[in-house]
Design a protein around this ligand. Structure first.
Ligand code: SF4
Length: 275
């Protein structure tokens, strides 16, 4: 199966449009905004335009679907890396409808809709109470406050899989109430990359991993980002000390993202929900 996304946990990435509005600490160093600027686009903010795409772009998932059917596979499609599918803006309604139509026409793809606005799902998503088999609904949880706020909204929608992206992980998070009740079926965690990346304490990742193990929920550690434990041994540029909530210090080194890698406690963590 071809993989044409750099994002470790997905096979494909599809963007129904580009552009968004920053919302919470996770958005502070929005990679998508910096990337769009490289193309000369100013697409971020409530009054900025959004960038839309031609039919050629919209036909790509049909090709992935045909390939998946031929190979008998179920590739994952991350939607969207350059926007938020549930941004409340009326000029996006036409494109959202087009997206729902595309999802219906591609039953061999698992669409992962990741949003920071789960409160909007009930207003614009057609399957909030009759879950589609090929859609997983997810939200971002970068710290406890946003986890509580967003998960409570996410779980009001039914979904084949509900998942969390705890990236960039900025504090310890207790997910126990939702994992215990089987309201979340997959947890992804990761550190931040980019020039202004904020560090993630390894114990914050371990805490999520261990909660997932306790409740048999698949856990996926995507990346350290630019800050990884000094003890991992690759060349060091800069060292900082970061304290977790219990006062435990960890020395972290700034490294290129590829050198930081995704090893935690001697191995990778590659959990996925059963398909
Ligand atoms: S929601 Fe996503 S795309 Fe939108 S500003 Fe935040 S990080 Fe960027």
């Amino acid at each position: 199966m071809a993989k044409d996304s750099d994002i470790e946990w997905t096979h494909h990435t599809f963007n129904p449009w580009w552009g968004c509005v920053k919302l919470s600490p996770a958005c502070a160093h929005c990679y998508a905004e910096s990337w769009s600027r490289r193309f000369g686009d100013e697409l971020w903010g409530g009054s900025a335009p959004r960038r839309f795409f031609s039919e050629h772009h919209w036909r790509e998932p049909l090709r992935w679907d045909a390939e998946a059917a031929r190979l008998g596979k179920r590739p994952r499609v991350f939607c969207a890396s350059m926007a938020d599918v549930f941004e409340p803006r009326s000029d996006l309604d036409f494109w959202r409808e087009k997206l729902w139509g595309l999802i219906e026409k591609t039953p061999n793809l698992d669409w992962l809709l990741l949003t920071k606005r789960p409160g909007q799902i009930k207003h614009v998503y057609p399957w909030a109470h009759s879950p589609r088999q090929n859609v997983w609904l997810g939200t971002t949880a970068e710290n406890q406050r946003w986890a509580e706020r967003r998960i409570e909204r996410l779980i009001t929608a039914d979904a084949h899989v509900r998942f969390l992206s705890c990236e960039p992980l900025l504090s310890a998070i207790d997910l126990t109430p939702w994992l215990k009740q089987e309201q979340i079926g997959w947890v992804i965690a990761g550190g931040e990359s980019g020039g202004e990346a904020r560090p993630t304490h390894p114990n914050w990742i371990r805490l999520l991993r261990d909660q997932c193990r306790t409740y048999s929920v698949p856990f996926h550690f995507k990346q350290w980002g630019h800050w990884s434990p000094e003890s991992q041994g690759e060349p060091v540029k800069r060292i900082i000390e970061l304290q977790d909530e219990a006062g435990r210090l960890e020395r972290l080194s700034w490294r290129p993202k590829q050198l930081s890698g995704r090893i935690l406690d001697g191995r990778t963590w590659d959990g996925y929900p059963p398909v």
